[in-house]
Design a protein around this ligand. Structure first.
Ligand code: DAH
Length: 345
Protein backbone atom coordinates (compact mmCIF):
# COMPACT_ATOMS: atom_id res chain seq x y z
CA UNK A 1 0.00 0.00 0.00
CA UNK A 2 1.20 3.51 -0.78
CA UNK A 3 0.78 5.68 2.24
CA UNK A 4 1.53 8.90 0.30
CA UNK A 5 0.30 9.57 -3.19
CA UNK A 6 1.99 11.87 -5.66
CA UNK A 7 5.54 11.31 -4.42
CA UNK A 8 6.65 9.77 -7.73
CA UNK A 9 5.13 12.72 -9.52
CA UNK A 10 7.13 14.99 -7.27
CA UNK A 11 10.37 13.32 -8.35
CA UNK A 12 9.35 13.41 -12.01
CA UNK A 13 8.59 17.11 -11.79
CA UNK A 14 11.87 17.68 -9.98
CA UNK A 15 13.74 15.80 -12.75
CA UNK A 16 12.20 18.07 -15.38
CA UNK A 17 12.90 21.18 -13.38
CA UNK A 18 16.55 20.20 -12.80
CA UNK A 19 17.16 19.26 -16.42
CA UNK A 20 15.98 22.73 -17.49
CA UNK A 21 18.66 24.44 -15.37
CA UNK A 22 21.36 25.89 -17.60
CA UNK A 23 23.54 27.52 -14.95
CA UNK A 24 24.79 26.81 -11.47
CA UNK A 25 22.77 29.73 -10.19
CA UNK A 26 19.53 28.38 -11.67
CA UNK A 27 20.35 24.96 -10.28
CA UNK A 28 20.94 26.36 -6.79
CA UNK A 29 17.57 28.10 -6.67
CA UNK A 30 15.82 25.02 -8.12
CA UNK A 31 17.45 22.87 -5.43
CA UNK A 32 16.26 25.28 -2.72
CA UNK A 33 12.74 25.14 -4.10
CA UNK A 34 12.75 21.34 -4.40
CA UNK A 35 14.54 20.43 -1.19
CA UNK A 36 14.41 23.51 1.10
CA UNK A 37 12.18 24.30 4.04
CA UNK A 38 9.37 25.57 1.87
CA UNK A 39 9.48 22.70 -0.60
CA UNK A 40 6.61 20.29 -1.17
CA UNK A 41 8.88 17.58 0.13
CA UNK A 42 9.47 19.39 3.42
CA UNK A 43 5.71 20.05 3.70
CA UNK A 44 5.01 16.35 3.21
CA UNK A 45 7.58 15.54 5.86
CA UNK A 46 5.89 17.84 8.31
CA UNK A 47 2.55 16.16 7.73
CA UNK A 48 3.96 12.73 8.65
CA UNK A 49 2.92 13.34 12.26
CA UNK A 50 -0.72 13.02 11.27
CA UNK A 51 -0.21 9.40 10.10
CA UNK A 52 -0.48 6.14 11.97
CA UNK A 53 2.93 4.91 13.21
CA UNK A 54 3.18 2.10 10.59
CA UNK A 55 2.15 4.32 7.75
CA UNK A 56 4.42 7.00 9.09
CA UNK A 57 7.45 4.73 8.84
CA UNK A 58 6.60 3.66 5.30
CA UNK A 59 5.85 7.20 4.20
CA UNK A 60 9.01 8.43 5.93
CA UNK A 61 11.08 5.94 3.97
CA UNK A 62 9.27 6.94 0.79
CA UNK A 63 10.00 10.65 1.38
CA UNK A 64 13.58 9.91 2.27
CA UNK A 65 14.02 8.02 -0.96
CA UNK A 66 12.42 10.79 -2.94
CA UNK A 67 14.72 13.35 -1.33
CA UNK A 68 17.78 11.31 -2.03
CA UNK A 69 16.73 10.80 -5.68
CA UNK A 70 16.20 14.52 -6.09
CA UNK A 71 19.55 15.22 -4.43
CA UNK A 72 21.18 12.85 -6.91
CA UNK A 73 19.44 14.59 -9.80
CA UNK A 74 20.79 17.93 -8.59
CA UNK A 75 24.30 16.54 -8.06
CA UNK A 76 24.33 14.92 -11.51
CA UNK A 77 23.09 18.11 -13.11
CA UNK A 78 25.75 20.04 -11.24
CA UNK A 79 28.43 17.76 -12.67
CA UNK A 80 26.98 17.97 -16.13
CA UNK A 81 26.99 21.78 -16.03
CA UNK A 82 30.59 21.77 -14.79
CA UNK A 83 31.56 19.41 -17.62
CA UNK A 84 29.94 21.67 -20.20
CA UNK A 85 31.60 24.78 -18.75
CA UNK A 86 34.97 23.10 -18.94
CA UNK A 87 34.35 22.02 -22.53
CA UNK A 88 33.36 25.52 -23.48
CA UNK A 89 36.50 26.89 -21.90
CA UNK A 90 38.72 24.37 -23.68
CA UNK A 91 37.06 25.20 -26.98
CA UNK A 92 37.51 28.93 -26.48
CA UNK A 93 41.13 28.53 -25.43
CA UNK A 94 42.17 26.12 -28.14
CA UNK A 95 45.00 27.05 -30.43
CA UNK A 96 44.53 25.57 -33.88
CA UNK A 97 48.00 25.63 -35.33
CA UNK A 98 46.74 24.58 -38.75
CA UNK A 99 44.27 27.43 -38.99
CA UNK A 100 45.04 30.08 -41.60
CA UNK A 101 43.81 33.44 -40.48
CA UNK A 102 43.55 36.46 -42.70
CA UNK A 103 46.00 38.84 -41.13
CA UNK A 104 48.68 41.26 -42.19
CA UNK A 105 50.11 39.55 -45.28
CA UNK A 106 53.79 38.91 -45.76
CA UNK A 107 55.59 41.09 -48.21
CA UNK A 108 57.17 39.74 -51.38
CA UNK A 109 59.53 40.95 -54.03
CA UNK A 110 58.05 43.04 -56.82
CA UNK A 111 57.59 41.07 -60.04
CA UNK A 112 60.22 43.21 -61.82
CA UNK A 113 62.79 42.46 -59.13
CA UNK A 114 61.95 38.76 -59.32
CA UNK A 115 62.29 38.82 -63.10
CA UNK A 116 65.65 40.57 -62.82
CA UNK A 117 66.86 37.95 -60.32
CA UNK A 118 65.73 35.12 -62.59
CA UNK A 119 67.39 36.64 -65.66
CA UNK A 120 70.63 37.13 -63.75
CA UNK A 121 70.48 33.49 -62.65
CA UNK A 122 70.09 32.31 -66.25
CA UNK A 123 73.09 34.34 -67.44
CA UNK A 124 75.25 33.44 -64.46
CA UNK A 125 74.46 29.82 -65.30
CA UNK A 126 75.83 30.50 -68.80
CA UNK A 127 79.09 31.88 -67.42
CA UNK A 128 78.39 35.63 -67.34
CA UNK A 129 79.19 37.93 -64.40
CA UNK A 130 76.76 40.63 -63.23
CA UNK A 131 77.91 44.28 -63.30
CA UNK A 132 76.14 47.54 -62.48
CA UNK A 133 76.53 51.18 -63.44
CA UNK A 134 75.08 54.54 -62.34
CA UNK A 135 71.60 55.76 -63.29
CA UNK A 136 72.83 59.33 -63.62
CA UNK A 137 75.20 59.37 -66.59
CA UNK A 138 77.20 61.76 -68.68
CA UNK A 139 76.52 62.36 -72.32
CA UNK A 140 79.82 60.64 -73.07
CA UNK A 141 78.84 57.24 -71.60
CA UNK A 142 75.20 57.30 -72.62
CA UNK A 143 75.80 58.49 -76.19
CA UNK A 144 79.21 59.53 -77.45
CA UNK A 145 81.30 56.52 -76.45
CA UNK A 146 78.53 54.40 -77.97
CA UNK A 147 79.21 55.99 -81.35
CA UNK A 148 76.34 58.49 -81.08
CA UNK A 149 77.98 61.92 -81.44
CA UNK A 150 76.07 65.13 -80.60
CA UNK A 151 73.37 65.93 -83.15
CA UNK A 152 73.52 62.36 -84.54
CA UNK A 153 70.03 61.61 -85.87
CA UNK A 154 70.02 58.33 -83.89
CA UNK A 155 69.68 60.37 -80.69
CA UNK A 156 66.03 60.66 -81.61
CA UNK A 157 65.72 56.96 -80.66
CA UNK A 158 66.05 57.97 -77.01
CA UNK A 159 63.99 60.83 -75.57
CA UNK A 160 66.20 61.94 -72.74
CA UNK A 161 65.70 63.49 -69.30
CA UNK A 162 68.56 65.93 -68.73
CA UNK A 163 69.64 67.09 -65.30
CA UNK A 164 70.17 70.74 -64.50
CA UNK A 165 73.84 70.14 -63.71
CA UNK A 166 77.06 71.34 -65.39
CA UNK A 167 76.88 72.45 -69.01
CA UNK A 168 73.43 72.13 -70.58
CA UNK A 169 72.57 68.57 -71.71
CA UNK A 170 75.73 66.96 -70.36
CA UNK A 171 74.31 65.09 -67.35
CA UNK A 172 71.29 62.88 -67.85
CA UNK A 173 69.27 59.94 -66.59
CA UNK A 174 70.54 57.00 -68.62
CA UNK A 175 68.18 56.04 -71.42
CA UNK A 176 69.49 52.47 -71.63
CA UNK A 177 71.96 50.15 -69.91
CA UNK A 178 74.40 50.28 -72.83
CA UNK A 179 76.65 52.89 -71.11
CA UNK A 180 77.57 50.20 -68.58
CA UNK A 181 79.26 48.34 -71.49
CA UNK A 182 81.69 51.24 -71.74
CA UNK A 183 82.33 51.31 -67.99
CA UNK A 184 82.95 47.56 -67.90
CA UNK A 185 85.39 47.71 -70.84
CA UNK A 186 87.23 50.61 -69.18
CA UNK A 187 87.47 48.78 -65.89
CA UNK A 188 88.89 45.46 -67.07
CA UNK A 189 90.70 43.93 -70.02
CA UNK A 190 89.01 41.29 -72.21
CA UNK A 191 87.90 38.56 -72.21
CA UNK A 192 84.62 40.00 -70.92
CA UNK A 193 81.40 38.06 -70.40
CA UNK A 194 79.07 40.33 -68.44
CA UNK A 195 75.39 41.20 -68.02
CA UNK A 196 74.37 44.60 -66.67
CA UNK A 197 70.84 45.00 -65.33
CA UNK A 198 69.36 48.27 -64.13
CA UNK A 199 66.82 51.03 -64.24
CA UNK A 200 66.51 53.36 -67.24
CA UNK A 201 64.51 56.50 -67.99
CA UNK A 202 62.92 57.91 -71.13
CA UNK A 203 60.63 60.84 -71.79
CA UNK A 204 57.93 58.54 -73.10
CA UNK A 205 54.23 59.03 -72.53
CA UNK A 206 53.09 56.00 -70.54
CA UNK A 207 50.82 53.54 -72.33
CA UNK A 208 50.09 49.82 -72.22
CA UNK A 209 53.52 48.94 -73.62
CA UNK A 210 55.71 51.86 -72.45
CA UNK A 211 56.59 53.34 -69.07
CA UNK A 212 59.07 56.20 -68.57
CA UNK A 213 60.93 54.33 -65.83
CA UNK A 214 61.78 50.81 -66.88
CA UNK A 215 64.50 48.18 -66.61
CA UNK A 216 66.90 46.68 -69.07
CA UNK A 217 69.52 44.00 -68.97
CA UNK A 218 72.55 44.53 -71.14
CA UNK A 219 74.90 41.79 -72.27
CA UNK A 220 78.49 42.18 -73.46
CA UNK A 221 81.02 39.67 -74.71
CA UNK A 222 84.47 40.75 -75.83
CA UNK A 223 86.99 38.08 -76.75
CA UNK A 224 89.05 36.84 -79.67
CA UNK A 225 87.19 35.45 -82.68
CA UNK A 226 83.68 36.20 -81.45
CA UNK A 227 81.15 35.77 -84.26
CA UNK A 228 77.52 36.53 -84.99
CA UNK A 229 76.83 32.80 -84.54
CA UNK A 230 77.91 33.10 -80.90
CA UNK A 231 75.45 35.97 -80.48
CA UNK A 232 72.55 34.08 -82.07
CA UNK A 233 73.36 30.94 -80.04
CA UNK A 234 73.55 32.91 -76.79
CA UNK A 235 70.18 34.52 -77.37
CA UNK A 236 68.52 31.25 -78.30
CA UNK A 237 70.03 29.52 -75.25
CA UNK A 238 68.84 32.30 -72.97
CA UNK A 239 65.35 32.32 -74.50
CA UNK A 240 64.87 28.59 -73.98
CA UNK A 241 66.33 28.70 -70.46
CA UNK A 242 64.09 31.56 -69.37
CA UNK A 243 60.84 31.03 -71.26
CA UNK A 244 60.93 27.25 -71.74
CA UNK A 245 61.55 24.88 -74.65
CA UNK A 246 58.52 25.96 -76.71
CA UNK A 247 59.70 29.56 -77.02
CA UNK A 248 62.33 30.42 -79.65
CA UNK A 249 64.13 33.53 -80.82
CA UNK A 250 64.75 35.09 -84.20
CA UNK A 251 66.83 38.05 -85.36
CA UNK A 252 65.68 40.78 -87.75
CA UNK A 253 68.07 43.30 -89.32
CA UNK A 254 67.98 46.65 -87.53
CA UNK A 255 70.13 49.69 -86.86
CA UNK A 256 71.96 50.68 -83.68
CA UNK A 257 74.94 53.05 -83.77
CA UNK A 258 77.01 50.91 -81.39
CA UNK A 259 76.70 47.57 -83.21
CA UNK A 260 77.39 46.54 -86.76
CA UNK A 261 75.64 44.50 -88.00
CA UNK A 262 72.69 45.08 -85.69
CA UNK A 263 69.51 43.16 -85.18
CA UNK A 264 66.31 43.25 -83.21
CA UNK A 265 65.53 40.00 -81.51
CA UNK A 266 62.11 38.59 -81.10
CA UNK A 267 60.76 35.65 -79.17
CA UNK A 268 57.76 33.43 -79.81
CA UNK A 269 54.69 35.16 -78.42
CA UNK A 270 54.00 33.54 -75.06
CA UNK A 271 50.34 34.45 -75.19
CA UNK A 272 49.55 32.36 -78.29
CA UNK A 273 52.73 30.21 -78.38
CA UNK A 274 53.41 31.51 -81.88
CA UNK A 275 50.11 30.85 -83.59
CA UNK A 276 49.23 34.57 -83.84
CA UNK A 277 47.08 36.71 -81.58
CA UNK A 278 46.18 40.34 -80.88
CA UNK A 279 49.15 40.93 -78.59
CA UNK A 280 51.67 39.99 -81.28
CA UNK A 281 49.61 41.54 -84.10
CA UNK A 282 49.10 38.06 -85.57
CA UNK A 283 52.84 37.63 -86.26
CA UNK A 284 53.51 35.02 -83.56
CA UNK A 285 56.58 37.01 -82.43
CA UNK A 286 57.22 39.67 -79.77
CA UNK A 287 60.14 42.07 -79.88
CA UNK A 288 62.32 41.86 -76.80
CA UNK A 289 65.43 43.94 -77.54
CA UNK A 290 68.37 44.81 -79.73
CA UNK A 291 71.73 43.20 -80.34
CA UNK A 292 74.66 43.04 -82.71
CA UNK A 293 78.43 42.84 -83.13
CA UNK A 294 80.18 45.58 -81.12
CA UNK A 295 81.08 48.35 -83.56
CA UNK A 296 84.90 48.79 -83.89
CA UNK A 297 84.38 52.49 -83.15
CA UNK A 298 83.09 51.54 -79.67
CA UNK A 299 86.09 49.27 -79.03
CA UNK A 300 88.39 52.12 -80.09
CA UNK A 301 86.55 54.57 -77.77
CA UNK A 302 87.75 52.53 -74.79
CA UNK A 303 91.21 51.96 -76.24
CA UNK A 304 90.83 48.35 -77.37
CA UNK A 305 92.50 47.09 -80.54
CA UNK A 306 89.63 46.30 -82.89
CA UNK A 307 91.81 43.92 -84.93
CA UNK A 308 92.53 41.71 -81.92
CA UNK A 309 89.21 41.87 -80.13
CA UNK A 310 85.67 41.42 -81.31
CA UNK A 311 82.45 41.14 -79.42
CA UNK A 312 78.73 41.10 -79.37
CA UNK A 313 76.23 42.97 -77.25
CA UNK A 314 72.54 42.83 -76.54
CA UNK A 315 70.04 44.72 -74.45
CA UNK A 316 66.41 44.06 -73.66
CA UNK A 317 63.58 45.07 -71.37
CA UNK A 318 63.21 43.28 -68.05
CA UNK A 319 59.70 44.69 -67.66
CA UNK A 320 58.84 43.35 -71.11
CA UNK A 321 60.06 39.89 -70.04
CA UNK A 322 57.88 40.10 -66.92
CA UNK A 323 54.97 41.19 -69.10
CA UNK A 324 55.46 38.20 -71.41
CA UNK A 325 56.02 35.70 -68.65
CA UNK A 326 53.07 36.80 -66.50
CA UNK A 327 50.78 38.01 -69.28
CA UNK A 328 50.47 41.51 -67.84
CA UNK A 329 48.09 43.42 -70.10
CA UNK A 330 49.32 46.92 -69.21
CA UNK A 331 52.88 47.87 -68.24
CA UNK A 332 51.68 50.85 -66.17
CA UNK A 333 50.59 48.31 -63.55
CA UNK A 334 54.29 47.78 -62.79
CA UNK A 335 54.66 51.39 -61.62
CA UNK A 336 51.33 51.90 -59.89
CA UNK A 337 52.05 49.54 -56.99
CA UNK A 338 48.42 48.51 -56.60
CA UNK A 339 48.74 45.62 -54.17
CA UNK A 340 45.50 44.05 -55.39
CA UNK A 341 47.22 43.44 -58.71
CA UNK A 342 50.78 42.87 -57.54
CA UNK A 343 49.67 40.11 -55.17
CA UNK A 344 48.41 38.12 -58.16
CA UNK A 345 51.70 38.06 -60.03
N1 DAH B 1 70.39 50.07 -75.94
C1 DAH B 1 69.41 49.69 -76.95
C2 DAH B 1 68.07 50.32 -76.59
O1 DAH B 1 67.86 50.65 -75.46
C3 DAH B 1 69.24 48.19 -77.01
C4 DAH B 1 70.46 47.55 -77.57
C5 DAH B 1 70.58 47.34 -78.91
C6 DAH B 1 71.49 47.15 -76.73
C7 DAH B 1 71.68 46.72 -79.46
C8 DAH B 1 72.62 46.55 -77.26
C9 DAH B 1 72.69 46.32 -78.63
O2 DAH B 1 73.63 46.15 -76.51
O3 DAH B 1 73.78 45.74 -79.12
O4 DAH B 1 67.27 50.51 -77.45
Amino acid sequence: MTPLTGVDGLVDDAAERVAACMSDEALRSAAAELLGKRSLLAGAHRSLGTLEPDDRRAAGRQLHEARSRIEHLVADRHQELARRARQRMLHDDRLDLTEVRPGPSRGRLHVVQRTRDELEDVFVGMGFVVEEGPEVETDWYNFEALNIPPAHPARGMWDTFYLDLGDPETILLRTHTSPVQIRVMEAQPPPIYAVMPGRCYRRDTPDARHIPIFHQIEGLVVDRHVTFAHLAGTIETFTTAYFGPNIHSRLRPAYFPFTEPSAEFEVTCTICQGSGCRTCSQTGWIELGGCGMVDPAVLRAVGLDADTWSGFAFGFGIDRCAQMRHQIPDMRILLENDLRYLRQI
